[in-house]
Write a protein that binds this ligand. Sequence first.
Ligand SMILES: [Zn+2]
Ligand SMILES: [Zn+2]
Ligand SMILES: [Zn+2]
Ligand SMILES: [Zn+2]
Ligand SMILES: [Zn+2]
Ligand SMILES: [Zn+2]
Length: 372
Amino acid sequence: GPASPPEPGPSAGTPAAASPPRQPAEEPEEEEDEDFQFLLCEGCGQDSPHPRLLRCLHTLCPGCLGSTKPAGQCPLCHAPIPAAVDNLLVSNLQSRLKVWRQIRSSGGPGCSRCRAERALVWCSDCEEFFCGRCLEEHQWWHKKKEHKLRKVEEMRAGSARTFLEDTRTSCSLFCASSSHPEESRVCSIYCPRCERALCCPCALLDTRHAPFRDLRAESRRRQDELRSLRRDLRRRRGAFEAALARLRSESSRWEEQRERLRERVRASAERLQQLVRSEAEELGALLEARPERGRSTLAEELRSVEGTVRRLEAAERVVDRLGRYGGEQELMDMQPFVKSALLELQRLRPPEPAEMREPEDFAECRARLRTL
Ligand SMILES: [Zn+2]
Ligand SMILES: [Zn+2]
Ligand SMILES: [Zn+2]
Ligand SMILES: [Zn+2]
Ligand SMILES: [Zn+2]
Ligand SMILES: [Zn+2]
């Protein structure tokens, strides 16, 4: 069928109109810090001209991206890094922030053209500062296309945030079609089938592109799509945060219990050591002090048996000598005495082996050692 005409957007026909009004947020969006720390690499905190946006939506400079440890893992959230794109938002904001710093510099920005005079205005289409004289030339040159000009003094009075918000539509999207390589034309049409922006003539001349959308309407649709996803994710984040809190309290509870057990182990080890030490001291004392009694009876017995053995030897010797050398006189005088002594020896009995009981203390000592 024939190409349908482009849907007129709300601001169609006024290409230099102010940026579309911000959608009223249904929930407060987080305020970005005014010092624009978010433009720095989230890994090393350094300024990088080529920041890369990872699949996990963290932004790293090429240096940090090339040296992730472990390799291929985001250093901030540990997500794998399957792909990364140039973070155009950050690099564009960086260059716009540079312009803002020029605006706020002590003497104000100089003219980008003659580089001699102080600048009076900023052209957001040319992205250049102009002094009064160079501005006249600029106005003559661009008299067909109205460029959006802003007074430097007014901008100086505003905030960086306002400046960045006001200049967000300043970077025009140029048609990438090969049909007009010499001329760069600003896109105003969106083709949903090709999913790309086109200049108006390209859209009308090529019948494959249909139906069209206004580029601004498509931009807003894309913003809305992201905002609605963000709302949904905010709800999910609540569930994840609850899970995180649960896991954290669980883990701290376990840590507490582990510490309590560790303390108990330490205390009971100490108690056991003390017990063992005092038991050893007691047993040592038992072996040294109490066996006095048992020791002396054994010693007495030893002495008495030794004495008996010696008396028996002596008796044998006396009888042998009397037999060998004794005459009648010796026999008459000594025999009754020797005989009664021998009879006395005859009555002696060696101690029974059963009576040789070890001291009771030993048994007690052994028993207590076993229970240790
Ligand atoms: Zn970095
Ligand atoms: Zn990450
Ligand atoms: Zn100038
Ligand atoms: Zn201009
Ligand atoms: Zn084109
Ligand atoms: Zn198309």
